[in-house]
Ligand binder design. Structure first.
Ligand code: AMP
Length: 282
């Protein structure tokens, strides 16, 4: 397994593979890998001849006061995990490599990013789109693997690829959870033992909301209130949002009549903001 720190090195390796007719799968990550990332890698191994994992904590997608500085980083640890899983190449650039002096081009969109996480993280998706675009241009993958855990990100990337006729197939991968239901996340490492004990309520509450809808409830407000009440009942005090949105437009719906995404973000303690969701076909 190669670890490349520069774009030039990656491009060299990619052109050798392409010349040999090999397909390439890309798994973009910010590192501190866990089972969620490893499941993306497993899917990539199944669907592509060569697997590239990018590890880059992208400053452009963090807002002021967010956890860019404290985000966990350990390339040696991540490299060991990737090697074990049969990854062919890690691309781990530094910030200057990705955004050299004078950098001033961005990719953005005028829909899909105004609700859910986009409301409290107004510059986040512009940063995500820009870095993913750069990664696609550098790695030129046939397939790129994204987790359904970041449902809004997945919708944004799919839309960007469609709108801009990008030559890559987006492969969604299911949410991987801890045994108690908590969605795996690099940010779970921020949780104190007490917060970790409470955190599975997020998934439990979403499951309860899903059951309400399956049992015929069509009033979004009632489902959102039930989910929020359940999360607050254990002593969690800060919910960023619980929303039910149209699965395609990501616009909030009052009545649940078409396919929906129900998503939430919850603050735990000073530093952790956890997200989770479910989608439902109606
Ligand atoms: P991150 O390193 O948090 O930027 O995540 C990199 C990729 O891994 C994104 O496509 C995420 O959606 C995906 N991912 C993170 N956690 C999970 C999880 N628990 N299950 C499935 N995919 C995940």
């Amino acid at each position: 397994m190669k670890i490349c720190r520069t774009i030039k090195e990656v491009k060299k390796e990619i052109s050798r593979w392409k010349a040999a007719g090999e397909t390439i799968g890309l798994v973009p990550t910010m590192g501190w890998l866990h089972e969620g990332h490893l499941s993306l890698i497993r899917n990539a191994k199944k669907g592509s001849d060569k697997v590239v994992v990018s590890i880059f904590v992208n400053p452009m997608q963090f807002g002021p006061g967010e956890d860019y500085d404290s985000y966990p980083r350990d390339l040696d640890r991540d490299a060991k995990l990737c090697k074990k899983k049969g990854v062919d190449l890690i691309f781990a650039p530094d910030v200057e490599e990705m955004y050299p002096e004078g950098f001033c081009s961005y990719v953005d969109m005028t829909a899909l990013t105004g609700e859910l996480c986009g409301k409290t993280r107004p510059i986040h998706f512009r940063g995500v789109q820009t870095v993913v675009n750069k990664l696609f241009n550098i790695v030129t993958p046939d397939n790129a693997y994204f987790g359904e855990k970041d449902a809004q990100q997945l919708a944004v990337i799919k839309r960007m690829v469609k709108d801009l006729n990008m030559n890559v197939k987006i492969m969604p991968c299911p949410i991987i959870r801890e045994e108690d239901g908590l969605a795996k996340s690099s940010r779970n490492s921020y949780l104190s033992p007490e917060e970790r004990r409470l955190a599975p309520i997020i998934h439990k509450a979403l499951d309860m909301g899903r059951d309400m809808i399956k049992n015929g409830e069509r009033d979004s407000g009632k489902v959102i209130k039930a989910i929020s009440d359940m999360i607050l009942s254990v002593g969690i005090t800060r919910i960023d949002y619980v929303s039910i949105v149209d699965a395609l437009s990501l616009k909030p719906v009052d009545r649940i009549e078409k396919d929906i995404l129900c998503a939430c973000a919850v603050y735990m303690g000073d530093s952790a903001r956890l997200i989770d969701n479910f989608s439902l076909e109606i």
